[in-house]
Design a protein around this ligand. Sequence first.
Ligand code: S3P
Length: 428
Amino acid sequence: MPGDKSVSHRALMLSALAVGPAVVSNLLESEDVHRTAAALRALGVPIARNDDGTWRIDGVGVGGLAEPDDVLDLGNSGTSTRLLLGILAGHVLTVFMTGDASLRKRPMARVVDPLTRMGAQFVARSRARLPLAVTGATSPMPLSYRLPVPSAQVKSAILLAGLSAPGRTTVIEPEVTRDHTERMLRLLGATVTVEAEEDGARAITVEGQPELSARDLDVPGDPSSAAFPAVAAAILPGSHLVMRRVGANASRLGLFTTLREMGADIRISGEREVSGEPVMDIEVHGGRLQGIEVPPERAPLTIDEYPILAVAAATASGTTVMRGLAELRVKESDRLAAIETGLAACGVTVSSGPDWLEVTGCGGRAPGGGLIAANLDHRIAMAFLVLGMAADAAVTVDDAASIATSFPDFVATMNAVGGRLGLTESVP
Ligand code: S3P
């Protein structure tokens, strides 16, 4: 499996903020991660790809970034944008940012508001969308902030800004979100503590102004990419697939828990650790799935996997109900709308509300035959191509270019395990 996208962004950013050289292995070489690398280079960080495929970053230390002489174009990448805004909030620089048509629609107020309270200044168009400009705080202030939305990007932005502030910056998260930033900060020498609040929320605190020491890092395989071949294998009877060294961080495993509850034969083994992150081997045997109710508290642990979970649900027997999905409306596309329209175009019974989705499975192969608008959303494109593998008539995605943002070898990987994905001249 290709390197984890979330961990790859953080490996580049945190190595840039550490002191000294670091070599990163198994970095995801996708468009989103290239955007982070290019932005950091523009901010004065030497980053090079070695001949053996590893990456070398010469860290400049917290506070050591330089002002870029042009706009940073973050492409499709929300993680690059929001985490860099956190880092830049603590640097006395002015930086202009933009992105593609999808990223320019995504809400940035969720980071702009807390970072403003820490002393950063922003100029943005209405409702804090890109393009925007940030001027970092001269004297950043520590903050204690309760997340209004469950978002690892917002949590990370605040913790990264807190690196530049004196004293302790705390983020309170009522629901667990991925903790890759906290783990990597600790690995590089920052003090990060987690305490339980009375209401069960977690308070994550970083001590400001640490000296981060550069360290070689190894990136686990991406469980959110493994999700696509895993579901393909799980819904195609007779399949047998093994994926090794996939990230096993509990905050990322909601899909695998749900697939097992739906009756999938998924075995986990070989649990071990690389660079402060757990990894595992996954073995999937294909069979028949059963529709279930997926609890809302599983949403943050499954957040990127609902498009492919909906595809699994479309081939199951019975109805699957997924709740707590409001955040899907502000991902790379409005994923609830994309899933509903796409499944309906493939002959699957589906309905949705503001934060829920209900899919009535076909008890096996779906009719298929739909033409899917990917809307610059890699996970919509990949999910519907997997549906095509389990459909009577081919499923066509209008533009698969976005797949390169997270899983550039997706088509080759799926074809290597028996898929028949290819470019088509004729569309339905
Ligand atoms: C990510 C956090 C999640 C996720 C995204 C990557 C990260 O976004 O959907 O793909 O690397 O922190 P939110 O923070 O918006 O939930």
